[in-house]
Write a protein that binds this ligand. Structure first.
Ligand SMILES: C[C@@](CO)(OP(=O)(O)O)[C@H](O)COP(=O)(O)OP(=O)(O)OC[C@H]1O[C@@H](n2ccc(N)nc2=O)[C@H](O)[C@@H]1O
Ligand SMILES: Nc1ncnc2c1ncn2[C@@H]1O[C@H](COP(=O)(O)OP(=O)(O)O)[C@@H](O)[C@H]1O
Length: 284
């Protein structure tokens, strides 16, 4: 089974409070984009989880793909089942586009089918959130207005424009941003209807810029072309464009020191679309 594992954008990100355990209450809209890693799953009978190739700097046992597979292990129908997973990575890490969380969710979805675990999507999302706050959105697979730490999801259908996405050459630590004492944590909560109509801002922007001059430069460069935004805790910044051609025109002038992609917003995760097709093809 081969499945895409897409990135997400936070169309805005408000921080509305801080919990006693240090985690933050957020309001955000998540939307998927068609920029994806690819994961290939091969069933084995050896009771093992194996993963290739290694991600530089990430031990296999720390890889969210491996961790997700291990979470599902006790739920296998057949206790000798194993899996070999092969990863083709395209999504930059530490970019605020959720690649690791997406990989974990794709693994949960694939193995739930291949190992016949028969867990519901909410049950998979509950397992996933123990590994990362962004995993439930990728498990549920629809664009959403999210609250809590990202687990309370209401389906929304934002516009699906072409985006120009830039990755400044730096890695932002989510933990560092959320522990900064100057982070704004008191944005008043808004209603979902307000969020869709008027959008919002990203409370992390100021702090991310303070720690990462490369993000500052890319953000203000893109802002010359329109309403540029930071996704998550960065480092990626993005701009919704009128058309593919407009995105292409801006991309042609983008300084070469930044990676750039033209991608399209999607309100259904490409993982779910591909998994549905796979299931239809493999039903007797
Ligand atoms: C803030 C978001 C928005 O999408 O940023 P990005 O990581 O995508 O940039 C995410 O919710 C991040 O989700 P994820 O990357 O899965 O975070 P986790 O691994 O759960 O947490 C990393 C660290 O961020 C902090 N954290 C994360 C989420 C949250 N709601 N409050 C927090 O304070 C905690 O300090 C935690 O130790
Ligand atoms: N399969 C994976 N893909 C990407 N990152 C992973 C993976 N497994 C573990 N990680 C770790 O998670 C961190 C955050 O990665 P990622 O989700 O891509 O970024 P972000 O949360 O900024 O969107 C990485 O720096 C890496 O150390």
């Amino acid at each position: 089974m081969q499945l895409p594992s897409p990135a997400k954008l936070n169309l805005f990100l408000h921080i509305t409070g801080r919990r006693e355990n240090g985690y933050h209450d957020l309001q955000t809209i998540f939307q998927f984009i068609d920029l994806c890693d690819t994961l290939e799953f091969t069933l084995t009978n050896d009771n093992q989880v194996t993963l290739t190739p290694d991600i530089e700097g990430v031990a296999t046992t720390d890889n969210l793909i491996y961790k997700a597979a291990k979470l599902l292990f006790p739920h296998r129908k057949n206790s000798t089942s194993g899996i070999h997973i092969s990863l083709t990575k395209q999504l930059p890490m530490g970019g605020g586009i959720g690649g690791g969380s997406s990989n974990a969710a794709t693994t949960l979805l694939a193995l739930n089918t291949l190992w016949e675990c028969q867990l519901s999507l909410p049950e998979l999302a509950d397992l996933g959130i123990t590994l990362g706050a962004d995993i439930p959105i990728f498990v549920m697979g629809f664009s959403a207005f999210a609250e809590g730490v990202g687990e309370k999801l209401q389906k929304v259908e934002p516009k699906t424009p072409y985006y120009l996405l830039l990755k400044p050459d730096c890695h932002v630590s989510t933990g560092q941003i959320f522990t900064d004492k100057y982070l704004t944590r008191d944005t008043p909560p808004i209603k979902m209807s307000h969020a869709l109509e008027l959008g919002g801002h990203n409370d992390c922007l100021e702090i991310v810029i303070k720690h990462n001059p490369e993000v500052e430069e890319a953000y203000f460069w893109l802002k010359n072309h329109g309403d540029a935004k930071l996704t998550g805790t960065g480092a990626c910044v993005f701009l919704a464009c009128e058309s593919f051609l407009e995105a292409e025109k801006i991309q042609q002038n983008t300084p070469k020191k930044w990676q750039s992609w033209i991608c399209r917003g999607f309100n259904t995760s490409p993982t779910h679309t591909a998994l549905k097709e796979w299931v239809e093809q493999h039903q007797n």
